[in-house]
Design a protein around this ligand. Sequence first.
Ligand code: AMP
Ligand code: MG
Length: 327
Amino acid sequence: MLVSLGIESTAHTFGVGIVDEEGNILADQRVSLRPKEGGILPREAAALFSEKGAEVLANALREAGLSVEDVGVISFAIGPGLGPSLRTGAILARYLAVRFKKPLVGVNHGVAHIEIGKLLTKTRDPLVVYISGANTQIIAFENGRYRVFGETLDMGIGNFLDSFARELGFPFPGAPKVEELAKKGKELIDLPYTVKGSDLAFSGLLTAAIKALERYPAEDVCFSVQEIAFAMLTEVTERALAHTEKEEVLLVGGVAANKRLQGMIKIMASERGARTYVVPMKYASDNGVMIAWTGLLAYKAGIRTDPSEPVNPKFRVDQAEVPWIEG
Ligand code: AMP
Ligand code: MG
């Protein structure tokens, strides 16, 4: 059976995953940089990845009980992401492909979040709400590509929640703490709501929310931050659902863990006759399995990447070719 080995290294996680053609997950190994404060330092991440990359690879092969010779396709995340992180994974992938004479497939990281979500929730043609630390996009397949029907104009919703949480003294990733505190909130504070057409923005809300902490209980500010940010996201998702008329809504990315957000999207979608699915949390964050699976789909559809092709830190999901999807 055809087996794909996938390497993820776009941001804070270096992952190696191995899957087979039937979608069985044979290995999932990861190492992550956990910054104590502030964001990810690209060079620190790349240094960690170079140091641990070979070990993560060896562990994945051991977990699957395979050697590189048994692998049919070498897949790697070619973008988008941080240049230094991307290059460490690409170097390892190119080396394996050339040394062991294996086909190489460069995968779009956002497309991989979508494809692993589809595999694990058995959805076929969903409207995807891609909500992670750095990303916030509403995506659906239309006319041969994944199209973006709405997105953040400034920061990703996860980074927004984590930045707000940092003001409350919660280290990265602080968003789950905001969710906890929000459960005790009672009063909805008036904070900026920014939806521009089909897009949304968080920086005005962040500034106002930090300021509100001087005057209101933290629980109420957390509650209001979630209510307003998630209402913005639900509004742009509803607009995209009305336009695309999809029957499935799929939440992917780490922020999909949020129960309040899941609830809001579920209610909106069901009112439009659509069902809501959430990627299993184990595969919501960055991992090598999603790269392996998407690389396998791409390989079977004829995609090959030359080892000389550079990584693309700005590779958008709507620039990726997805010939394995019909329609
Ligand atoms: P990712 O970038 O996909 O790895 O996802 C990580 C992001 O998900 C971080 O910004 C986390 O703070 C965020 N996150 C994790 N759990 C929750 C939660 N319960 N509510 C909101 N955001 C969350
Ligand atoms: Mg990601």
